[in-house]
Design a protein around this ligand. Structure first.
Ligand SMILES: Cc1cc2nc3c(=O)[nH]c(=O)nc-3n(C[C@H](O)[C@H](O)[C@H](O)COP(=O)(O)OP(=O)(O)OC[C@H]3O[C@@H](n4cnc5c(N)ncnc54)[C@H](O)[C@@H]3O)c2cc1C
Length: 309
């Protein structure tokens, strides 16, 4: 019997179209903790708009260098207390001792938070320079995963890089690192954003070939701000194809056109991934719900209409 090959199956899109309609995809949404009262209001509007889609979880990021520790915690706690959503708290190794990170994790456990997205993190742009572990801190995400498991039986998600992490010595070393994180107790990987579907499918094939069997959930970034996305992409080693630049050309002064482009590009990406058998998607919402809502709608996830009075 032929072994399953996502990349080969991608070439047979026609025969896989039926799969796309067979069952709705599972989704999760990522938010960042708000800085101001107005941003907080916007975040809650977004959360409430997306909640009816019943995401598997909603995650809240941890600012570079641990700069949002209290805000991340407050947002996660409020989600837990005021909604029926399952929150996942991002946590990084940067700028803190093991004891400090363990204390944050213990507080999450006591508050009832059971899902952590465990990351190494980066130095903030202000701190600049190359990442060096904090003396007495967790050096890499794999160390953090092991530390978290000592505190509580958290569900742990980690990062994966279809185009290889920029600091990795090779793509094989980066895949070995992903395996270390899973061996330490993580049960899901979420990818860095990417735009070419075959980049993800090739990575998935390599990961499966290396014996990694956990879900590797594609991270989908609806591009609301092309210039900002280019800057992120440069920092995290994601490639930006020429066709994307061409599509956005001339849209700077036209936010409505940009939103339409963002939704149609991400929807097409998800549709192709879905047709290739991908069942789970993680959306980098950037706290803007409408685009993500539209893309999920195209994926077959419809928010139920409010009941008539
Ligand atoms: C889904 C997702 C969510 C994210 N959320 C956040 C967030 O909330 N806050 C934030 O600040 N950042 C976040 N990031 C960014 C992330 O922190 C950076 O990409 C960071 O540079 C690497 O984090 P990591 O967890 O992948 O690190 P690691 O898995 O530790 O890997 C980092 C690098 O070190 C190498 N490496 C690992 N172990 C060793 C070792 N023992 N010896 C030598 N090299 C090693 C790896 O190959 C890789 O190149 C997120 C990224 C993703 C994909």
């Amino acid at each position: 019997m032929a072994t399953y090959s996502p990349f080969r199956d991608y070439d047979r899109l026609d025969s896989l179209k039926a799969l796309f309609f067979s069952a709705p995809a599972r989704v999760s949404f990522e938010f960042f903790p708000p800085k101001t009262a107005l941003m907080e209001e916007k975040l809650w509007e977004s959360l409430l708009l997306l909640a009816p889609l019943r995401p598997a979880f909603v995650s809240v990021t941890y600012g570079a260098g641990g700069s949002t520790r209290d805000r991340t915690h407050a947002t996660v706690k409020r989600i837990l207390q005021e909604t029926e959503l399952t929150p996942a708290a991002h946590l990084t190794c940067v700028g803190a001792t093991r004891e400090e990170i363990d204390a944050v994790a213990a507080l999450y456990w006591e508050s009832g938070v059971r899902h952590i997205v465990a990351l190494r993190g980066d130095l903030s742009e202000v701190a600049g320079g190359r990442y060096t572990p904090h003396p007495g801190g967790y050096a890499y995400a794999s160390d953090l995963v092991a530390g978290l498991k000592r505190i509580g039986d958290f569900e742990i998600s980690v990062a994966a890089y279809p185009e290889t992490h920029p600091e990795a010595t090779s793509s094989e070393a980066d895949l070995d690192n992903l395996k270390r994180k899973l061996d330490a107790g993580a049960t899901r990987a979420i990818t860095q954003f990417f735009f070419e579907v075959d980049v993800y499918l090739r990575f998935l094939e390599r990961a499966r070939g290396a014996g990694i069997s956990v879900p590797i959930v594609p991270g989908i970034l609806p591009v609301t701000n092309y210039t900002q996305m280019k800057r992120f992409a440069r920092m995290c080693g994601a490639s930006v194809p020429d066709w994307l630049a061409n599509l956005f050309e001339g849209s700077d002064e036209n936010p409505e056109l940009r939103a339409l482009l963002a939704a149609s590009i991400a929807a097409e990406q998800c549709r192709l991934l879905r047709a290739a058998g991908v069942e789970e998607f993680h959306f980098y919402t950037l706290n803007r719900a409408k685009l993500t809502l539209a893309i999920c709608h195209i994926l077959g996830l419809h928010a139920p209409l409010p009941a008539r009075k």
